[in-house]
Design a protein around this ligand. Structure first.
Ligand code: BGC
Length: 467
């Protein structure tokens, strides 16, 4: 049915409130060149200290080659849960047993001691349940926050992101805090072989089966990417420039825009979301993309349209649409999964928010808003990936992807596929591949590769000594 003049007028008004989410190809290309510049600042010794994108060297310089073997413990901290995993690797075969433990919000916002005590309790429980007491397994720790690595198993937290803000951890060595907590709680000792970011774990896990994989991206509660850089471009590297002359870089691109360079595309809703976050002015690119924030941006727009009389006529002002954080990002995926005019999922979401007497027109508008905000997120992530693909300039590259947003949103993959294609230099081929259990398998693989290289080095030294 064609729209009536009244409807057309209403659509026009709605458009005025959401047009800021629609960015042209030209704008995405501008964002790419700004990002590239910021990445260079992060990599260079003289500009790194003032750069927002820190481009941390990860000390990971080799990818798995399929000959890795052994039994590992892996830890995964980064979202609302903490996981402990037992990972058995035998060549290409990987067996994982894991347990998930909730991290209460009071712990996420408490002290570092509380957090690490909680982690230690979970590890002790896990090792008891899996009859691992007294066995000292090598451990890979996926710690999904910005860290300055001083070695593969030494990482100092540079700042908290997402929902975490535990006192007394910034600047501290994560590995040391873990050891101290385990000592406080029992006499348990572990050998931490590697501290790994989740983007790195994701890349490693996919690289185990695909030699072309040189980029990893997380689209989950937070957003971040890593890639394999030529060592000669890593000005901040303080070690040897020896073989292999490459280094996985944890970009921490979520902080892109913190110096104001993205202000020309941020909307009033992005600003409001930021003002009410636990880290105002920080992680501005992440706040436009990641799952922790997307639902809230949608809610802010719906709230505005409602106040302007363009949505939900006669709504109860006490309903949950007006409560911060109450429109979950999973709702965005659910709403966008409606494919007909019955709006089954959308109606269920509106019911859950306690909104009454909504019309099909309202559902249409809600879906439209979700579509715009998720597309902007997918396109910004694509601009970031296209920047990395162009930097690497390889004829064919695989990008490992993980995270709840990418997994559960019905269109994220396709939107990214199209946009990256539009933004990369012609002739560069790429593939987006879902990486499985990056945080568990990936962390164990980093540990396994490190042990394999350690063994090789020892053998070489013995051969030299015996020659
Ligand atoms: C963190 C990154 C992490 C990403 C995805 C961001 O908030 O700073 O280290 O990789 O979230 O979990």
């Amino acid at each position: 049915m064609p729209a009536t003049p009244d409807q057309l007028q209403k659509y026009e008004k709605i458009e005025a409130f959401v047009k800021g989410f629609k960015l042209s190809s030209h704008t995405y290309k501008k964002i790419m060149s700004l990002l590239n510049e910021e990445m260079n600042n992060g990599l260079h010794k003289h500009t790194n200290h003032s750069a927002d994108i820190k481009m941390f060297p990860t000390f990971v310089r080799s990818l798995p080659d399929g000959t890795e073997k052994g039994q590992f413990l892996a830890l995964d901290l980064g979202g609302t849960n903490f996981r402990v995993l037992l990972v058995k690797i035998d060549g290409r075969d990987v067996d994982i047993q894991s347990r998930t433990y909730l991290i209460p919000q009071r712990v996420m916002l408490g002290t570092g001691t509380q957090l690490f005590d909680h982690i230690a309790d979970c590890i002790i429980k896990f090792t008891q349940q899996h009859n691992l007491r007294g066995i000292k397994l090598p451990l890979g720790f996926t710690f999904s926050f910005p860290c300055k690595q001083e070695d593969l198993n030494q990482a100092r937290l540079s700042k908290w992101t997402k929902g975490f803000r535990c006192e007394g951890v910034v600047g501290e060595d994560i590995c040391k805090l873990l050891h101290e907590a385990l000592k406080r709680k029992s006499n348990m000792d572990v050998e931490v072989v590697a501290i790994v970011n989740d983007a790195v774990g994701t890349l490693m896990s996919a690289a185990h089966n695909d030699r072309d994989c040189e980029i990893g991206i997380i689209l989950g509660t937070g957003c971040n990417a890593c890639y394999m850089e030529n060592l000669k471009n890593v000005g901040v590297w303080e070690g040897e420039y020896d073989h292999p002359d490459q280094m996985l870089i944890n970009t921490e691109w979520g902080a892109f825009g913190d110096n104001g360079c993205l202000d020309f595309v941020r909307t009033e809703y992005d600003r409001e979301l930021d003002n009410f976050s636990i880290n105002p002015g920080k992680q501005l690119m992440e706040k436009m993309i990641a799952g922790m924030y997307m639902g809230e941006i949608v809610r802010l727009v719906l709230e505005r349209l409602t106040m302007e009389g363009l949505l939900f006529q006669g709504i109860d002002r006490e309903c949950e649409l007006f409560v911060r954080g109450r429109f979950y990002t999973k709702y965005v995926s659910e709403v966008e999964s409606d494919h007909d005019e019955f709006f089954r999922n959308t109606k269920q979401v509106l019911d859950e928010l306690g909104i009454q007497n909504y019309t099909s027109e309202d559902c249409k508008v809600v879906k439209y808003v979700c579509t715009l905000i998720s597309a902007r997120a997918a396109f910004l992530a694509s601009a970031g990936l296209a920047t990395l693909i162009n930097r690497l300039n390889k004829p064919s590259i695989t990008i490992a992807v993980d995270g709840s947003l990418y997994r559960f949103h019905p269109r994220f993959h396709n939107l990214m596929q199209l946009k990256i294609h539009e933004l990369v230099r012609p002739g560069l081929r790429f593939k987006l591949t879902l990486s499985h259990d990056g945080s568990g398998k990936g962390a164990a693989l980093v540990a396994a590769v490190a042990l394999r290289l350690r063994e090789m080095k020892k053998e070489d030294q013995e051969n030299v000594a015996n020659a």
